[in-house]
Design a protein. Sequence first.
Length: 251
Amino acid sequence: MSDGKLSGQFFDAAIGLLQRVRDEEAEHIEAAGHLLADTVTSGGRLFAFGAGHSSLAAQDIVYRAGGLALMNLLAVPGVVGVDVMPATLGSALERVDGLASAVLDTSPLRAGDALVIISLSGRNALPVEMAMKARALGIKVIGVTSVAYASETTSRHTSGTYLKDHCEIVLDSKIAVGDAELTLDAIPAPFAPASTVVTAALLQAVLATAAGTLADRGIEPPLLRSGNVDGGHEWNGRVFEKYGERIFYRQ
């Protein structure tokens, strides 16, 4: 099989997943967008968290041209991205009990805010505990996960539960357990993960819904513009001035 055929298969797989998410998660996407719009309207703040490669989708919606200026990254040292050395430390920290509670206790999150938690498997202690603790604090939680993991893997949290069990709204990315879309007889392991593509698209759909919902209510969405277009910096400066108390990535 040629590399060209494999690349086409990957695109087909990713497109198929995007279509499934678009059609099967439409109601949940709408609800999540409304929840974010409600939070903005009521004066709440928006946060996103993901560990390891799940952090990529969280980072994609923070300080992003065309995105909501109020979306902040909830950073947990050592688990956001793969820049920590060794990279395997991040995976180990996801399994540490008590870490999520310590992070939330020292974060700016408060009752009335909204927190998007992204975890492909939803089985590790960190995202499960974070969702449980956040809801106990009066924070609205949107979970982005692959629901399939809950029926095909064992939870690593002491409660035996998964991220999906502790959210106001769950967005199912439909990613198969193992996050690899292609197989080949000559290659012993499955390969070509699509979770980042699908999860990022899911969240952009949610934010688009939130912006449209705010506009329908007569509220101008606090959107950022690209700093690489004329007038972009000036536009963003006005947004930062108006919403500065709800934006934490500039502090």
